[in-house]
Every structure is written in structure tokens, then in C-alpha cells.
Design a protein around this ligand. Structure first.
Ligand code: ZN
Length: 181
């Protein structure tokens, strides 16, 4: 990460920042300096994208159900959040905003719309690729959305069904799909 003010990466003029239409070829610090408060707080939640609150909540729920898992196995595509090796299944816990869920939490902010639209679209494309790669390797995938955690009972039921289902059925379960671009 380059420090703010690095000559290779000058700060953009404020007028450009207000109409954020490009990705800066520089580190987060510079980016953060120049974002509106709304965008900055969203960017901050990206920084904390590992061990996020929804993820911790999902882990506790799954642990309570009696299933054991490993975290973020780096050798698997997309470093799935929870890995159930003997069942050959993985669970991703996705923030609705960052991964483009078609729900209230997934709504685009009013400012810096182009910037966020591009960023989220890139995340969604990466997610799709990850699921395909995992499926090709014979892993079954479940995506748990942040908003699903509001109804723990039905989420618990869905997770149990997923984990107890037969392995290698050849279908990737993603439940409700992200919104279309
Ligand atoms: Zn959602």
C-alpha cells in the first residue's frame, strides 16, 4: 500500500472525487482520503471483510448445529469462509452490499454510483467464477447472505439440509441469486 501523497499517485482534484468515475492506481489510504464520508465508511467495511460480523454469526450458528469446519482454506478457489472437507462442501457468507444481493441491504448508495457499481460488479463476477471452479473440482457450495441471518431458524434449516444432502449431486446451491447487472 502506498502512502497518501506519494508522487506516483497524486490525489485527484476534489471535483473528480465528487463524481467518482475511475479506480485510482494506488493504495487504500489515498482512496480513503478522498472519498465522501458515506463512501469512506463503506470502504472501511471492505477492509474488515475477513471475520466480519455476519460471518461470525453464521459460524456460531453452524457450530451450534453440531457441524465442524475449517476456515478460509487458501488452496481452494475463492478461499471459502467455511470448509467441510469430509463432506466436500463449502459455505460462503456474503455481505449483501459487497456481493450484490438483490435485497434492501444490497442497494447502491446514491453518491459515487459508478464507482460502486463497477466495484460490486467485479466482486459478483469473481464470485461466479469461484463457484464454477469449485463445482468443477467437485465441491458443493452454499451462499449465506448477510440478510439471511435475520431469520436464524430458517437459515439453520437450510444449512442443515445443505450439509446433510448427498455430496457430488452436481448442482451448486446458491439459494437466491444476486441481482442482475
Ligand atoms: Zn441480502
Amino acid at each position: 500500500m502506498q502512502a497518501a501523497g506519494n508522487p506516483i499517485c497524486p490525489k485527484p482534484p476534489l471535483s473528480l472525487v465528487r463524481h467518482w468515475r475511475f479506480d485510482l492506481p494506488c493504495g487504500l489510504e489515498t482512496l480513503m482520503d478522498n472519498l465522501t464520508p458515506e463512501a469512506r465508511s463503506l470502504q472501511m467495511s471492505l477492509v474488515r471483510s475477513k471475520d466480519t460480523k455476519p460471518e461470525l454469526k453464521a459460524r456460531r450458528l453452524i457450530h451450534r448445529l453440531g457441524f465442524r469446519y475449517r476456515l478460509h482454506r487458501a488452496e481452494l478457489p475463492g478461499k471459502p469462509d467455511l470448509v467441510f472437507s469430509s463432506r466436500r462442501k463449502v459455505i460462503f457468507v456474503h455481505g449483501c452490499f459487497w456481493h450484490g444481493h438483490n435485497c434492501k441491504l444490497g442497494r447502491m448508495p446514491k453518491s459515487n454510483l459508478d464507482y460502486w457499481r463497477n466495484k460490486i460488479a467485479a466482486n459478483m463476477a469473481r464470485d461466479r467464477k469461484t463457484l464454477l471452479s469449485l463445482r468443477e473440482l467437485g465441491w458443493k457450495c452454499l451462499t449465506v447472505w448477510e440478510c439471511n441471518l435475520n431469520d436464524e431458524d430458517s437459515l439453520a434449516e437450510r444449512i442443515r439440509r445443505f450439509l446433510e444432502s448427498a455430496p457430488h449431486s452436481g448442482r451448486t446451491i446458491t439459494d437466491d441469486e444476486p441481482r442482475s447487472l
